[in-house]
Ligand binder design. Structure first.
Ligand code: A3P
Length: 299
């Protein structure tokens, strides 16, 4: 098949998710074997830094920030090397090789729920940066992403996708469970929580706090360079992170843009009043005890 034939083949076939321990994952780069390996056998190094998120919460943004902090604000690495090589997706078939051959100190990325995260982490000194985002913006971003990414089922409609999301019936499982479980680690000195909203509101301050957590002292000028090079616009212009280099049979650029809008509150343009009330009701129920823990507001 030529690249074009393959893409037709992919989009024509119904996508079947890989199910591992009750959680669905997109096929293509995940397999039961790669997920089991990540969970039970992946060797964690004490100087590893994990970038962990639920999908659409700012994963790729955080990869750029962490890479730039590592290179002390020098954008050369971010501009020359693909993000998936700078911070490999170690739980996928393709990413595992990159992760294992990566020299220390490594940056690593995943969307794994806490219960499937490498066991070895818990007895290591490795660090986790967990980025969380308003779930209403997550579901909107996820809906658009699912349409352009061929290893996701094509959503029937936004209304249907929203229902699936609220039930936790989407790849990588329930947002509520993902966030609740990871949040239990708050207070540990090797886990850092940050939100997409904080990054939007104060990128400079967020970068400073990240540097402190990572034990990396950067000059003011280096911090400014991290901020400049991780703006939405700068990232859109960098093909090593804007996903345009991915083949069409993985990401169809005609069906959407990976770096889509990059704003807070786009959910307001997608939700009906009834959907917004329904979401708020489920959120309150599922996030009981965590009211006020996150920066987003509920009408
Ligand atoms: P939108 O679809 O709302 O635009 P992930 O990397 O976890 O898949 O998340 C992708 C989301 O993060 C997209 O959201 C994308 O635009 C947004 N994003 C990525 N880089 C960003 C940046 N520098 N500033 C703001 N938003 C960014």
């Amino acid at each position: 098949y030529s690249a074009d034939d393959t893409s037709t083949l992919w989009t024509d076939m119904a996508v079947r998710y890989v199910c591992y321990k009750g959680i669905n994952f997109p096929p293509g780069y995940n397999s039961e074997q790669s997920l089991r390996f990540a969970e039970t056998q992946f060797r964690v190094r004490d100087d590893d830094v994990f970038n962990v998120t639920y999908p659409k919460s700012g994963t790729v943004w955080m990869t750029e920030i962490l890479s730039l902090i590592r290179s002390r604000g020098d954008p050369a690495w971010n501009r020359a090397v693909l993000n998936s090589e700078r911070s490999p997706w170690f739980s996928t078939q393709l990413g595992l090789d990159a992760a294992q051959t990566c020299p220390s100190p490594r940056l690593l990325t995943c969307h794994l729920p806490l219960q499937l995260f490498p066991k070895a982490f818990f007895s290591s000194r490795a660090k986790v940066v967990y980025t969380v985002r308003d779930p209403r913006d997550v579901v909107v971003s996820y809906y658009h992403f699912s349409k352009m990414c061929s290893s996701y089922q094509d959503p029937e409609s936004f209304a249907q996708f929203l229902e699936d999301f609220l039930r936790g019936d989407v790849p990588h499982g329930s947002w509520f469970e993902h966030v609740r479980a990871w949040r239990q680690l708050k207070g540990k000195d090797n886990v850092f929580f940050i939100s997409y909203e904080e990054l939007q509101q104060d990128l400079q301050g967020s970068v400073r706090r990240l540097c402190q957590f990572l034990g990396q002292e950067l000059e003011d000028a280096d911090i400014s360079s991290v901020v400049e090079n991780t703006s939405f616009q700068a990232m859109r212009e960098n093909d090593k992170c804007n996903s345009t280099l991915l083949p069409r049979n993985i990401m169809d650029q005609e069906r959407g843009t990976f770096l889509r809008k990059g704003v807070c509150g786009d959910w307001k343009n997608h939700f009906t009043v009834a959907q917004s009330e329904h979401f708020a009701m489920i959120y309150r129920e599922r996030m009981r005890g965590l009211n006020g823990a996150f920066p987003w507001e509920w009408a």
